[in-house]
Design a protein around this ligand. Structure first.
Ligand SMILES: Cc1cc2nc3c(=O)[nH]c(=O)nc-3n(C[C@H](O)[C@H](O)[C@H](O)COP(=O)(O)OP(=O)(O)OC[C@H]3O[C@@H](n4cnc5c(N)ncnc54)[C@H](O)[C@@H]3O)c2cc1C
Length: 514
């Protein structure tokens, strides 16, 4: 890989995709980050992290999140560029994720507000009552400084993996509309004007079936605070996004979709964010490797730059391969999401294929981001742990990527469910067949089949090993597909199915972009 391509997220995206939509928007956005955003991002990470002002000068509760003014400039840059509105005007989610890639290359934490704003706008657009949509959607899609932000709050103190048991926030209808009472323990982008919130209807079962999804504005109709913020979390990474604890007390809320279908809406919301997490993880990998390569070409040991030492050189090549594979898997999740994001329950089979790919991508890319960031520190040697060199930040930022939007265990077990109940792996194998290495293809099919035929306890216990192999196999096969689509050398001949794939791909990437 040409190391110079690593230094620019736009150049890497172009290299991987063979062409870009909105190329000027992407390169202008990157240029802004280089000229101004990087400095702001560093200042926020070191010293300017948002803080909570609970009371005004006269002692009135205001729960205001305060940011350095430069932070707002940075944040609004992304909203203007279209990290949310582009999904609706022109209807292409992929453009939002491309802009998200550039954001996360420079500041993984700052990708969070855009992600959760998109994950608020999409369920609102799909499931909101027409009057609620009319009132709030235009505010989330504004292109000026008055743009509203969103947030997605599900997790409570008891635990985030088992929402069916631990969501205790209560939802009850009143003549004036729905009201919520309860607490959310991890509430990122707290202070946002709108949030989508999981709550349990009174007398609903104590399982996921009792959960519904609500839109909760920051302020009540009379202008007073609709919920209070108890405190902000002191975090090791993603310090550019405030994460707080929130308390609802008879808070005004709008039901999204049908009350008993809430769990589907919650999972749709999470899936949008899981795809963003995958894209953000790859961007962070690229940033870490770019930093490592830059350092290694300058640092000299035993008479030459360490980049030219055979052992380190080989490691770099292996990381570059993994970076490309991780990108191809994450991008497949984006493309599949693009096809299915407007689907409603009960979902068609291709939605379940998307779900499986999203779980594989989230699982695979997040862990790789952590490992890449750790390895980058090693390349720097001792100075890698010194804050003033900046690389320790990539590890701090990366550590959260496997956890939020569902831990690796959750991705594996939900992926397992998509395979067992929806046979999503069979569609995945068909999808990858034209580009898979034949022996690896046969092996992974028999490994997945063998795992699925185990008794329940044993199956769960064995699932990580096989899930990891499946993710790696999918990433590798998809890399071959991308190589082939770019017209570069590929081991796979253009079979009939491969030609179909090219056709499908061109529908998503019209010729004019190439
Ligand atoms: C900085 C930050 C910001 C966040 N922002 C938000 C937000 O905005 N909105 C939101 O809703 N949440 C948010 N979260 C919460 C996050 O989604 C949860 O932390 C995550 O889903 C895990 O839940 P938990 O921490 O309660 O761990 P638990 O669910 O208690 O899990 C603990 C451990 O047990 C494992 N585990 C659980 N069940 C199983 C099983 N069946 N098999 C094997 N292992 C299992 C888990 O994988 C994990 O390793 C945020 C978290 C952080 C750290």
């Amino acid at each position: 890989m040409d190391v110079s391509e690593l230094q620019s997220p736009t150049a890497f995206l172009k290299r991987m995709l063979g062409g870009l939509p909105i190329p000027t928007v992407l390169s202008d956005y990157e240029q802004w980050w280089v000229a101004e955003g990087m400095e702001i991002s560093n200042q926020v990470d070191r010293a300017g992290t948002p803080w909570l002002r609970m009371f005004d000068a006269l002692g009135k509760r205001v729960d205001e999140i305060l940011y350095p003014p430069a932070y707002w400039r940075a944040l609004r840059q992304g909203y203007k560029a279209g990290l949310v509105w582009r999904a609706f005007e022109g209807g292409r989610l992929a453009d939002c994720y491309l802009l998200g890639y550039i954001t996360a290359f420079f500041d993984a934490g700052m990708y969070c507000p855009y992600t959760v704003s998109l994950s608020t706008a999409v369920p609102l657009e799909k499931y909101g009552d027409p009057t609620v949509k009319e009132r709030f959607i235009p505010l989330l899609l504004r292109k000026d400084d008055r743009v509203w932000q969103g947030a997605t709050w599900m997790t409570e103190a008891g635990g985030g993996s088992d929402l069916g048991t631990y969501v205790e926030t209560r939802a009850y209808p009143t003549p004036q509309g729905w009201r919520l009472t309860g607490e959310k323990y991890f509430a990122s982008n707290v202070g946002a004007e709108l949030a989508v919130v999981a709550a349990r209807r009174v007398e609903a079962p104590l399982t996921v079936k009792g959960l519904s999804l609500f839109l909760v504005p920051r302020h009540r109709a009379d202008g007073s605070l609709n919920y209070t913020i108890r405190r902000l979390k002191d975090k090791i990474g993603t310090r550019s996004v405030p994460t707080g604890e929130v308390e609802f007390q008879d808070s005004e809320a709008y039901l999204l979709g049908r009350a008993e279908q809430g769990i589907y809406l919650i999972l749709e919301t999470l899936n949008l964010s899981r795809v963003a997490n995958s894209i953000g993880s790859v961007a962070l990998m690229q940033r870490a490797l770019a930093t490592a390569a830059d350092f290694a070409t300058k640092r000299v040991a035993f008479g030459k730059p360490i980049y030219e030492q055979p052992l380190l050189r080989r490691q770099f090549e292996e990381w570059f391969t993994l970076l490309k594979q991780a990108f191809c898997l994450a991008w497949e999740a984006v493309q599949m999401l693009e096809e299915v994001w407007k689907e409603l329950p009960p979902y068609p089979p291709r939605y379940h294929l998307f779900r499986l790919v999203a779980h594989l991508a989230k699982y695979f890319t997040a862990e790789l981001a952590v490992q890449t960031a750790k390895w980058t520190m090693e390349v720097y040697g001792g100075i890698g742990v010194l804050a003033e060199f900046g690389v320790e930040r990539w590890l701090r930022e990366a550590m959260i990527l496997p956890i939020w939007e569902g831990t690796p265990h959750r991705q594996i077990l939900d992926g397992l469910e998509a395979m067992e109940r929806k046979r999503a792996h069979e569609r995945l194998f068909d999808h990858l067949a034209p580009f898979a290495e034949p022996q690896a293809y046969e092996e992974i099919i028999s490994q997945v089949d063998a795992m699925l035929s185990l008794p329940q306890e044993e199956k769960e216990a064995q699932s990580e090993r096989v899930f990891h192999r499946l993710a790696s196999f999918a990433a590798e096969s998809l890399c071959r597909k991308h190589t082939f689509l770019r017209g570069e050398q590929s081991n796979s001949p253009p079979t009939g199915t491969a030609k179909n794939l090219i056709y499908q791909n061109l529908k998503i990437f019209p010729v004019k972009w190439r």
